[in-house]
Design a protein around this ligand. Sequence first.
Ligand code: SF4
Length: 120
Amino acid sequence: MQAHGCFIGSAAVMVLSDQDDLVAAARNLMTFFMDESCGQCTPCRVGTQQMLAALSSDQWDETLLTRLSQVMVDASICGLGQAAPNPVLGLLKDFRGELAARGVQLIASTGAPAAMRGDA
Ligand code: SF4
């Protein structure tokens, strides 16, 4: 599976059809990860909150989402925080047309979220 860019994680499998709303699924999954975060480490605790906030709009800041994802993957202590960005990264990589069809506009910014800079 790694050869196809997949990450088996806990081996739980979710199957979505072409009738499912992938934007709603991404928001739902990030809500799950935020709720399940134990809060021990900042990249996961704050990152899931910041990502969910960024996904709540119909304008997704791709720069912000990508930066948050990188911090979470690199610096989260355990697999939950490391895997939490995967649904969003998958959408940005392979489902950009679906995002547009669901009314999500991708924008680019230059700023990291305040909470991740340590000045919030
Ligand atoms: S990455 Fe793991 S240890 Fe860190 S806050 Fe998330 S669940 Fe807790």
